[in-house]
Design a protein around this ligand. Structure first.
Ligand SMILES: Cc1ncc(COP(=O)(O)O)c(C=O)c1O
Length: 381
């Protein structure tokens, strides 16, 4: 059976990237490879839309999240964490594990915060060191108002830290223009690579705080990366050589497409998926749906867990279900990375077949038609 990977990470890897990564191993300390690391670090600036340093770690995305806490917050430091999903909650878990003192702005999953509330909390707590959020909260399919938040946070001493692990490369994002101080990402989503690389772009304001941080850390000591990686393009450890090669291929692709064209393409795929869901009589879960995945509510009469299992095991489509309290109640279809228009049409076709099998009443083909209408009108092949 042909398999379709349409989960919000890992995502499919294009054939030319896979081939590059299958080339013979090279040594990580050769001048030729060190030059490639430098090229990759420089190229990543375009993806983050930044002039700041971009660090590369051999780790999953959470490693960069951990570093963005342990290199910034000392024990008992205050941090504001906006929690509207599982990954937002992870910021809190990491901060607490380093004995920092998070202040939580709790928002329902699928909803976004009012940036004005952040302004008020920062005014009441001028000692807050950093504000942590997500560009796209993958557990809920929601996009946060990063620009508006940046406008508020830049007027304070606090750092603005954004987890763009699922959003980077697909969801509109401009690190410098939007006044983000630290942005973290991972390889296995919009960057079309296998899991294994994490990235962190770090502003000057952030480096100043990192230099003062006394929190103990070893592998993720960002000052070591600054000295060795930024300084000499040498990974302090034996980093994933293959990921660097794959990353350079991805950077070639995104530059030749143009990042703005990519943003537009994922927006169209999101609209096609959203309209398909509505045509099937289903509601979206997110109040502000993001462009890199669509979270769809599953009606009580339909077994959401069975739906995900049937799509994967009977028809070959790996999508994601809900996590924690929305397990079985939502599904999440990704349209990030190497996902194109006909992948979206195909996943909706399989969703329709499974919904019929599970007894949901709708006109067969209505979801596909709704998606096709958007694609015909707006998608650039
Ligand atoms: C927004 C977000 N943050 C963090 C993570 C965790 O990344 P990783 O599993 O690569 O550590 C994910 C993964 O799905 C994510 O989507």
């Amino acid at each position: 059976m042909k398999k379709y990977l349409m989960s919000p990470g890992p995502t499919p890897v294009p054939e030319d990237i896979l081939l590059t990564m299958a080339e013979p191993m090279v040594h990580h300390r050769t001048p030729q490879f060190i030059e490639k690391v430098g090229e990759a670090m420089e190229g990543l600036k375009y993806v983050f839309q930044t002039d700041h340093d971009v660090l590369i770690f051999t780790s999953s995305g959470t490693g960069a999240m951990e570093g963005a806490v342990s290199n910034v917050l000392n024990p008992n430091d205050k941090a504001l964490i906006i929690t509207n999903g599982k990954f937002a909650e992870r910021w809190g878990e990491i901060a607490e594990s380093f004995q920092a003192k998070p202040i939580y702005l709790n928002v329902e999953w699928g909803e976004v915060c009012d940036p004005q509330e952040i302004a008020e909390i920062l005014q009441e707590n001028p000692d807050i060191k950093a504000v942590y959020t997500q560009l796209t909260e993958t557990s809920a399919g929601v996009v946060m108002p990063i620009k508006e938040m940046g406008d508020i946070i830049k007027k304070t001493d606090a750092l603005f830290v954004v987890d763009a692990i699922s959003g980077l490369g697909g969801q509109k994002f401009y690190m410098d223009k939007w006044n983000v101080d630290i942005c973290v990402a991972g390889s296995q989503k919009g960057l079309m690579l296998p899991p294994g690389h994490a990235y962190a772009a770090v502003s000057e304001k952030a480096w100043k705080m990192v230099e003062k941080c006394k929190q103990p850390h070893y592998y993720f000591d960002w000052l070591t990366y600054k000295k060795k990686l930024v300084g000499d393009h040498k990974d302090p450890f034996t980093g994933s050589v293959l990921h660097v090669k794959g990353l350079l291929k991805f950077l070639e692709k995104i530059k030749s497409d143009g990042i703005e064209n990519r943003f537009k393409r994922y927006k169209v795929l999101a609209e096609a998926t959203q309209n398909a869901a509505k045509a099937l009589g289903l509601d979206l879960f997110a109040k502000e749906p993001c462009d890199v995945e669509t979270a769809i509510k599953i009606p009580d009469t339909v077994d959401g867990k069975k739906l995900v299992k049937l799509m994967r095991d009977k028809y070959g489509f790996t999508i994601a279900g809900g996590q924690k309290h929305v397990k079985g109640k939502i599904i999440r279809i990704a349209h990030m990375g190497y996902i194109e228009a006909f992948d979206v049409i195909s996943v909706i076709a399989s969703l329709e077949i499974v919904l019929k099998e599970l007894g949901w009443d709708f006109k067969i083909g209505s979801g596909i038609a709704a998606a096709q209408k958007v694609i015909i009108k707006k998608y650039k092949f």
